[in-house]
Design a protein around this ligand. Structure first.
Ligand SMILES: *Cc1c(COP(=O)(O)O)cnc(C)c1O
Length: 367
């Protein structure tokens, strides 16, 4: 990335040779991503990250479908806020109709449930591949098939899943798919939206002709180069890391459930069909924010709900949506493992969590 911050400063859209060189670098990064995803390079729109890709998918398809009289959007009640807040705004301010499907207790949407919700005026269905808070994985290929049987476009937020599951867009059959580089060890502030050839999409950000006229603005070349490099490394190492993660994740789940009884802790999300790096729990009567602060003092970096809600002393909206009582939903804990994480660290972290919960160090026991 470094040369493109300073020495090679050309704008890829400029005519002079520095620009042409930058354009070649941009095209190369796009080819790397397209090869890895198994799509055409022209089907990729570089964005500032996952939130922008999600926004562009929902706003872009819904506004483009207006001319066809299709204004109905379907999503689920446990989506990332980039989806849910956008869907709610489209409903409140832009005349769209919205169906929010209730996920199962394990955090999944079934193909038959989706089929029942599709209407003649449905334009788009958006369901995440892997859930960021509870790790559950949706049956994306089957959900895409249901959509296509009804002539409806299908978007999937794959920001979590892409880091861990192999992606072959032709095999998956989705029409739009969001990625963010920082979820696979790339830089923050860059991502992409895959838009299958033929999907109607109006740009949200208008201006220049960048990205096939779908996203105006001078390219952030250093970050795009960084994303492509991180993705190339991910392609080579994904399987290796996924099995490393899964060993640690399973140890984390078994250890914490073994130390605390079912009165105090439950695993949230799907027990098997979940992201390989992702363990999530609900702790009864615990204020998750307080727990996280105590863990940070011990050098343990954990999350509760979404990182986007940090500091918010509210129960997890995802756990409430799944039917958990408030005394459980206040204690959402999410432990994700990374490439540097060791088994010893997992056991020590779990021991610390169990001690904090058992000794009632947490004043939040009053919730
Ligand atoms: C992180 C995340 C996002 C948002 O991506 P940003 O790059 O932070 O905007 C969207 N969806 C899911 C599922 C995520 O995990």
């Amino acid at each position: 990335m470094l040369p493109f911050f300073a020495e090679q400063f050309g704008n890829p859209m400029a005519v002079y040779r520095q620009g042409q060189r930058a354009f070649a670098v941009l095209a190369n990064a796009r080819r790397t991503m397209a090869n890895g995803l198994n799509c055409a390079a022209s089907e990729l729109v570089f964005t500032s990250g996952g939130s922008e890709a999600d926004n562009l998918a929902l706003r872009g398809v819904l506004t483009a479908s207006r001319a066809l009289g299709k204004q109905h959007l379907i999503t689920s009640n446990i989506e990332h806020k980039a989806i849910l807040a956008t869907a709610q705004q489209l409903q409140a301010e832009f005349g769209c109709t919205l169906t929010v499907l209730p996920a199962s207790a394990d955090g999944q949407i079934s193909p038959s449930q989706l089929a029942d919700a599709i209407r003649p005026d449905t334009a788009l269905v958006s369901l995440a591949w892997g859930n960021n808070e509870i790790g559950s994985i949706n049956p994306i290929r089957e959900l895409a098939q249901v959509c296509h049987a009804h002539g409806v476009w299908f978007h999937s937020d794959a920001v979590q899943a892409a880091s861990h599951l192999p992606i072959d867009l032709q095999d998956l059959g989705v029409d739009l798919l969001s990625l963010a580089a920082h979820k696979f060890y790339g830089p923050k502030g860059v991502g992409l939206l895959y838009v299958r050839e033929g999907v109607p999409l109006l740009p949200s950000q208008t201006g220049g002709a960048q990205e096939n006229n779908l996203r105006a603005g001078t390219h952030n070349l250093p970050l795009i180069v960084g994303m492509a490099k991180a993705f190339q490394i991910l392609q080579e190492e994904r399987t290796h890391w996924a099995s490393h993660f899964q060993t640690l994740r399973d140890a984390c789940i078994a250890d914490l459930l073994g130390r605390l009884g079912t009165e105090q802790v439950v695993l949230t999300g799907h027990p098997i069909e979940r992201l390989p790096n992702h363990a999530s729990f609900a702790l009864r009567g615990v204020d998750a924010n307080e727990l996280l602060m105590h863990l940070d003092l011990q050098g343990i970096a954990a999350s509760s709900g979404s990182a986007c809600n940090t500091g918010n002393p509210e129960p997890s909206a995802v756990l409430l949506a799944l039917g958990y009582a408030r005394e459980w939903a206040m204690g959402a804990l999410r432990i994700t493992v990374g490439r540097q994480t060791t088994l010893a660290e997992i056991h020590s972290a779990v021991q610390t969590i169990a001690q904090l919960v058992e000794t009632q160090t947490l004043a939040g026991n009053s919730v």
